[in-house]
Design a binder for this molecule. Sequence first.
Ligand code: URP
Ligand code: ZN
Ligand code: ZN
Length: 470
Amino acid sequence: MATLVKHGTLITASETFEADILIDGETISVIGKDLQCPGAQVIDAAGSFITPGGVDPHTHFDLPMFGTVSSDDHYTGHKAAAFGGTTTVMDFVVHETHGFKYSVDRWMEKAQKAAVDYSFHMNLTRFDERVAKEVPALAGMGITTLKVFTAYNGRLRLDDGEIFRALRIARDNGMLLMAHCENGDVIEALVAEALAAGHVSPEWHARTRPAAGAVEATLRLAAMSEQADAPVYIVHMNAGGEADMLQYMRARGVKVMGETCPHYLFFTVDHLRRPDGAKWVCSPPMRTEKDNMRLWEGLRSGTLQTIGTDHCPFFFDGTQPILYEGKTIAIPGKELGKDDFSKIPNGLPAVGDRLPILWTYGVRAGKISANQFVALTATNPAKIFGLYPRKGALLPGSDADLVVWDAEKRVKYGVAHSQHRTDYNLFEGWDVVGMPEKVFLRGKMIVDGNEWKGAPGQGQFLKRGAGEVL
Ligand code: URP
Ligand code: ZN
Ligand code: ZN
């Protein structure tokens, strides 16, 4: 049956206008004024904003780490995403020794229970001739992105020569390299020194991963991108100096793009000094208010192109069960590092928070416009990662992934409200004005107010082609 969404205010990356949307099957068929469609289900969206479903380019569901696993899987995390207005997620595949095909098959199995549409990035955490030969086949699988790390020595890191070669191979196969930028050698030295001196509290997680290392590594990756003549996308940008480096290199015509995350816009190292500071432990760490402000500026000016979440949740106290969908569950979490900051699982819950928090504290607070909000959280990620205009757009022919917002809804946000499968929320007690009310995935309403109408297995794997350099 067709669905006609009437009288909404549509917000896209470039304009805001009133119109009706006719959904036929899984896609948008017409956008216009006073549309009629006898027999269609009609939804009155008068007074509501309508945005494209959010596209989160950075999640980690069911990720093994430090002897535990991130607490949202490819169903619970997707459901939380949907309640927060996100209908497409991109998750990182762990690079197994058995090769890319084996690794991707394993991630595909985990994602059988997907509840929103999804695609994968491939972690590139080991590099030799055999791995180099495997890369072209990845593009054939619809995975056109590789993530490299300049930190996590002996585990995930590649050296600069390997990264340079990977950039060229990615370029030759129409793929994009994504980079986690910190200085692994400096971190190793500082962590060893801190622990030897008896510094074990969460604050030391940030103190041993200095901003200068992130800034230097970002410039290094941008310089390698210039030398390889290959684009690069810097993930989870956290330091103001990284935005400075991007601005400088982009002005020189280097094809470097950047993503930040909500936590780097709102929190600082002070949060790690709290008694519950482990909640804020992720890598790279929180910085300062000055860094927050510079990142906002980078988003406004177009130096940074996306806001992802790096959603990688752990319980704060994984010894205490929570109730999830009527069943108790406890998963070891941040308490694993109560005597040693270097053992705290790295990562935060965020996938469902991204749009509501950025709407209130970004758009309503006057930091970004409503159109920039859509660009940063849906349209740009879809363009960069080869999903546009199927995703990230309100256009005839696009997937009917829509968020109908109750623009005036006021909630005291927090763990009782967000749908993540964990025991805390970073935005606990924040006043939020405007929430996703109805969420459509390919024409099907999967969220209706507080009601979950979605199901495991309804999410589709999205094969991606080459994206755009923005
Ligand atoms: O702390 C984080 N960000 N955990 C996920 C892994 C990563 O580097 O993105
Ligand atoms: Zn990373
Ligand atoms: Zn990540």
